[in-house]
Design a protein around this ligand. Structure first.
Ligand code: ATP
Ligand code: MG
Length: 657
């Protein structure tokens, strides 16, 4: 068997072999990053099939992200008899549960998109009169957390009743009311959200004996990768599925728990040997992935966390200088540097697909993404931010205004800019119906202006609209960034008249506006004319479609762009860890406690910071040969300090701030 693996360049060490050959009963592999946990799992599956005669369809392999699941499938297929292994069930908890629900012919509507959920919560908050004190985002997080901890509305109700403190009780009751209403509404519409998949399947298996026996028999062998990130419901589900044989192999690294905010906890992994006293434990202690200084840096960094199990991590490869640190002036400069370096790596023979850019926040990669497009370097943006930004309502309107300035007959664009004209979208749309516009000889813009002049409205509004429309005509000769400045003033004036009732909503709204403007401004500064920008924008649109195809095909040679969260378990020859500054990594939400504000409601400040450090650890340990860490001195018009995590990897000499 091992010879067969060797022909595929897999040479397992003694401990890995031990894990591979221990098939029956519960097994736990708790080991650091890059020690071959996933490799061992894959080899173990091959061993089960080849040596033990276990049927592939009896094996269930669960992992955490979609990308990791498709990677696993890929790696299985590449084994000697890989084609036979396609019957192994590989997927995320959600995908597997969805499949079970479908197999059980449960009919339901999926309430899957964040936007749809957001809207639902907004309505509920309005209905309950809670818009002053709560935001849909905040509530969504809390409820999802509860569900992952298997707390149903009735459980929360009990908690409410048990509260001693009147204020606390009132606060929790409000949350309970929202939760309860949300669940009832979903039920009446026969909808399930993402978190429901797991709960539904869990209760199905718990209460329906036939189904339980069926799936326990079908998935006789259960293997879980990244087990440090399971939540209670996932944990319970795994136990139930693996029973009664308990042929359960769990694999993980407590230092890589990065989903605590979603109620993940490494405690489940740490309690494993208590729950299964007959569990066998295997330790892997050699990091095969990264060069010595990358492992050294990561070890030093994570050593600053108090809550962890000490593990040994040795490195067989010789020391080689493989970490590069750069502090740039702006994200713009950072993007240029990253791109230059990538071109050089490429010139020296590295393939694009062996290069990855990792970010803490989806919005931060946008500048970089645009540089990729501008310089025609192939890229797959898994965070999808490069695309989503231009789908933003405001941005769409701004771009429409620019289009109108060049082409006053662009009816679609004219329709889009209604809000810039101090007008509710519907009224604006009614003013310039397509029909009316198409039959006209004069330019649409002129006609609209004429119509405005005859409309009955307040004088100051008349003036403002006229001014704005005339501005549109002047835009064509202006620099894009000045156009934006003008649109900005226009929009803010317009928003001032918008009567937002909720205080919290208003602040968020302002915040969002400011961010969108700042972001757009950095992009526009690259272009000398509106025309040049619009051409670039068209190129982006085209890229979007290309990327959709590229995402389906993992063999495409393109640089990968993604969040640290979604890079779990993956590895690349070169990793660019961008935006390592205070406020980004560690994220400002984790720092909020330090500034005297409330930290994330669900975590204490200390916990939140340790989670950020684990994120930095996951990020750094994705790199095999080269790790580029960069920071910027200025972002969103604020001075930034490079991340404390840079200094904690003690082997580095600190960059000058
Ligand atoms: P992570 O914690 O990031 O999920 P992991 O423990 O799952 O990491 P793998 O992804 O399985 O680690 O392996 C890391 C790298 O080490 C891979 O490139 C793999 O091919 C290689 N590797 C694993 N075991 C061995 C071995 N015995 N000899 C040589 N290389 C190995
Ligand atoms: Mg792994």
């Amino acid at each position: 068997f091992y010879q067969m693996l060797a022909t595929h360049h897999i040479h397992l060490n003694a401990q890995q072999q031990q894990a591979v050959e221990t098939i029956d009963g519960p097994v736990m592999i708790l080991a650091g990053a890059g020690t071959g946990k996933t490799t061992t799992l894959i080899s173990r599956i091959a061993y089960m099939i080849e040596e033990k005669g276990i049927a592939p369809h009896e094996i269930l392999l669960v992992t955490f992200t979609k990308k990791a699941a498709s990677d696993m499938k890929e790696r299985l297929m590449h084994l000697p008899n890989g084609a036979l292994y396609s019957q192994v069930t590989v997927g995320t908890y959600h995908a597997i549960c969805l499949r079970i629900l479908r197999e059980q012919q449960r009919t339901f509507t999926l309430l899957a998109s964040d936007a749809a959920k957001h809207f639902r919560f907004k309505m509920i908050l309005k209905q309950l009169g809670l818009t002053e004190s709560h935001t849909p985002e905040g509530i969504m997080g809390i409820i999802s957390n509860w569900k992952n901890r298997m707390l149903r509305p009735i459980d929360i109700k009990k908690e409410v009743e048990a509260k001693q403190d009147a204020t606390e009780q009132k606060e929790l009751r409000a949350l309970y009311d929202v939760y309860n209403l949300y669940e009832r509404e979903k039920e009446s519409r026969n909808e399930l959200d993402f978190d429901d998949f797991l709960l539904e399947v869990y209760y199905l298996l718990l209460y329906d004996e036939e189904a339980r026996v069926h799936y326990q028999h079908r998935f006789r062998y259960v293997l879980c990768d990244e087990f440090q990130d399971v939540s209670l419901v996932q944990y319970e589900l795994t136990k139930l599925l693996a029973a009664p044989y308990d042929h359960l192999c769990i694999v993980g690294d407590d230092n890589q728990t990065i989903y605590t905010w979603r109620a993940a906890s490494s405690d489940f992994m740490l309690q494993f040997t208590t729950l299964y006293p007959n569990a066998k434990q295997v330790k892997l202690e050699t990091n095969y992935r990264s060069t010595a200084d990358i492992v050294g840096f990561s070890n030093d960094l994570i050593a600053h966390n108090k809550h962890q199990i000490k593990k040994t991590l040795n490195v067989p490869t010789a020391y080689r200088h493989a970490i590069y640190v750069e502090v740039c002036a702006t994200p713009e400069e950072e993007a240029q540097l990253v791109l230059q370096e990538i071109q050089q790596l490429r010139a020296s023979g590295m393939r694009y697909q062996q290069i990855c850019v990792l970010t803490r926040s989806t919005t931060y990669v946008r500048t970089l993404f645009e540089h990729f497009v501008l310089h025609h370097v192939p890229v797959i943006d898994y965070a999808k931010q490069g695309e989503n930004f231009y789908a933003h309502d405001y941005i769409k309107r701004f771009i429409a205004a620019m289009r109108v300035s060049l082409q006053p007959n662009d009816a679609d664009a004219l329709l889009l800019i209604g809000k810039l004209m101090y007008m509710p979208q519907e009224r604006w749309a009614a003013t310039i119906t397509h029909e009316q516009l198409r039959i006209s000889d004069t330019s649409l813009l002129e006609r609209v202006m004429l119509q405005m002049a005859t409309e009955k409205r307040e004088r100051y509004q008349q003036e403002a609209i006229k001014k704005q429309l005339h501005m549109l005509l002047r835009y064509r000769t202006m620099k894009p960034q000045d156009v934006l400045l003008d649109l900005r003033t226009g929009t803010i004036n317009c928003e001032k008249q918008l009567d937002l009732d909720a205080k919290k909503e208003k602040t968020l709204y302002r915040e969002e506006l400011r961010e969108v403007f700042d972001e757009f401004d950095t992009s526009l500064r690259r272009f000398q004319s509106i025309d040049a920008f619009l051409q670039f924008h068209a190129m982006l649109e085209q890229k979007k479609q290309e990327m959709e195809q590229m995402r389906q095909d993992p063999t495409v040679d393109a640089v990968h762009l993604m969040t640290i969260h979604s890079a779990k378990g993956l590895e690349y020859d070169a990793v660019f860890a961008i935006g390592w500054f205070e406020g980004m990594l560690p994220h400002f939400k984790a720092l909020a406690g330090e500034q005297g504000l409330l930290a994330d409601d669900l975590l204490t400040h200390q916990q939140a910071l340790e989670e950020e450090r684990r994120l930095a650890y996951v990020c750094a340990t994705r790199a095999k040969e080269r790790l580029y860490i960069s920071s910027v001195r200025r972002y969103h018009n604020q001075q930034r300090k490079f991340s404390r995590f840079l200094l904690e990897g003690a082997r580095l000499t600190a960059p000058t701030p």
